[in-house]
Write a protein that binds this ligand. Structure first.
Ligand SMILES: [Zn+2]
Length: 124
């Protein structure tokens, strides 16, 4: 029911004017016409309608040995690049010797990585 703001007479909701005094009535929004915001769908309470309830954790993609080899080699090459930059940019003989040492160590590490990868590839 709507109440007339002018005289207070009750009138049905679909009335736009007061039947008593003729004043225009405020349009009362009835529940079915008003979209009711219910918040985002709760994924823990059924999820989106029409979507199947997601299973447990999705399986993580398997990283292949070759991909690991690439990543570790990439990470192993970064200090080599830094050492080369240090070797070419620095005028300090001590820094140059340090960079040379780093290059040698990285060469050993990368060599071991390659050996390990070949070993793992043969064994698998
Ligand atoms: Zn009225």
């Amino acid at each position: 029911m709507a109440f007339c703001p002018h005289c207070g007479t009750q009138s049905p909701d679909n009335y736009t004017q007061c039947p008593n005094c003729g004043a225009s009535l405020p349009q009362v929004q009835t529940a079915p016409q008003q979209p009711v915001y219910q918040g985002p769908p709760n994924p823990y309470a059924g999820g989106y309608p029409g979507y199947p309830q997601p299973m447990m954790q999705p399986q993580e993609p398997v990283t292949s040995a070759g991909a690991w080899f690439g990543w570790t080699l990439l990470l192993g090459i970064l200090p080599v690049i830094g050492a080369i930059i240090m070797l070419s940019a620095s005028n300090d003989p001590s820094a140059k010797n340090y960079a040379k040492l780093m290059l040698i160590l990285q060469a050993v590490v990368v060599g071991l990585y390659i050996l390990f990868f070949v070993f793992a590839a043969v064994m698998s």
